[in-house]
Design a protein around this ligand. Sequence first.
Ligand code: KIV
Length: 281
Amino acid sequence: MSNDLQEEMNSPTNRRKTFTIPQLLIRKRTSVKIVMVTAYDYSSALLAERAEIDIVLVGDSLGMMAAGHKDVLPVTMDEMVYHVRMVRRGLKRSLLLADMPFGSYQISEELGLANAVRLLKEGGASAVKLEGDAETAPLIKKMVHAGIPAVAHIGVTPQSVNLQGGYPVQGRDEESRQRLIASAENMVNAGACALLLEKIDPAVASHITQSVEVPTIGIGSGSGCDGQVLVWHDLLGLPPGKTYPHVKEYASIGQQIVDALSHYKNDVISGIFPPQEQHTK
Ligand code: KIV
């Protein structure tokens, strides 16, 4: 499979344009929605590339989805670099966005900048994403100055799960609404190339979208955003039976895998696989 996909990606007849940072503003101006999905490894990246997804995010959600942690806090820089490199090898024209994990930028701006450089230099990312508030603005400025495009993530910010007391929708009261609007303005003034709005009241997300010049990419924030992002496992039904209100499950791959594995197991136990006449070459 991977060889075919790789050949197709490299084929001269594949005319899809590479999605670059300047495209973000073009999409905003032309009202063409931006589509983003997470991916954590090479084969997922190949599939996202084949589906012509605009932006592939190596999110720190990999700590929960791929590593089985209860939240994103344990994810390290080395783990991020490792996954970003895998995804890099599967992408050609989709833009590769990499998350700054918890602890990689909160301690000092110098450390934040050095870690962002690692994601581009060692991982091959084209841009980084970090959770933002007024405190993050000076770091975003420094990143942009260093040539590193930065996406600011506001609303539910999973790295602040302890402060936010879980993942409750943000922007439902006036104080929270004003705080989000101010954060969005701060991030854009600092030079953020896009805003990721996670679980923000849809009316507030629409208001922010209409008032900033960079695109907003929403998750659980309604249809008024300039684009949408979903987590790979949620979109594909991996593992089976786990859904969230803001997610649309486009396939039940998890159940298909369980069925295939059970089929294989039964075939081995009953002697159907491998067939008697099968010879190794
Ligand atoms: O880490 C992640 O997957 C995210 C989601 C909000 C898309 O940031």
